[in-house]
Design a binder for this molecule. Structure first.
Ligand SMILES: Nc1ncnc2c1ncn2[C@@H]1O[C@H](COP(=O)(O)OP(=O)(O)OP(=O)(O)O)[C@@H](O)[C@H]1O
Length: 124
């Protein structure tokens, strides 16, 4: 929560601290993020192994960020939905399904990017 006594710099530093706390919480408590992060590490190892170009690195890193960001936002929506309404409700189901669509899109696009980068290298 924002502290009204914080100046601009102190306020920004607090926000950075919360951002790191959020990343740590995601990586240590959320199985879906742990899986996506492990896949990202494997992709980075593959990038070094296949000596991908600077452009390919940029696309790979953007794809990794896209998946992690979408998964994190989906997790936040799930937590919010569970907090607002713990019991079964059709609307909560709809909201969660919609939120789950975002990492779905990100994963499909990232798989296509991975295919474009690695399939020709594997074939050769
Ligand atoms: N309270 C609810 N009411 C109705 N449907 C729900 C409810 N909670 C979950 N669902 C349905 O179950 C699906 C999975 O929800 P859940 O919260 O378990 O997410 P998950 O993807 O399994 O979680 P995680 O990302 O942690 O693996 C939702 O997309 C929704 O269709």
């Amino acid at each position: 929560m924002k502290n009204p006594n914080d100046g601009f710099v102190k306020g920004r530093l607090r926000s950075i601290k919360f951002a790191f706390k959020g990343m740590w919480l995601l990586l240590t408590t959320e199985d879906s993020i742990k899986v996506q992060f492990s896949v990202a590490v494997l992709a980075i190892i593959a990038g070094f192994y296949f000596h991908i170009s600077a452009t390919e690195w940029m696309f790979q890193l953007i794809a990794i960020a896209l998946v992690l960001v979408a998964e994190a936002m989906n997790t936040a929506v799930e937590k919010m939905a569970d907090f607002v309404h713990k019991d079964y409700h059709q609307k909560i189901g709809f909201i969660k399904d919609i939120a789950a669509g975002s990492p779905g899109f990100a994963a499909i696009i990232s798989l296509i990017i991975a295919g474009i980068i690695y399939i020709p290298k594997i074939i050769n």
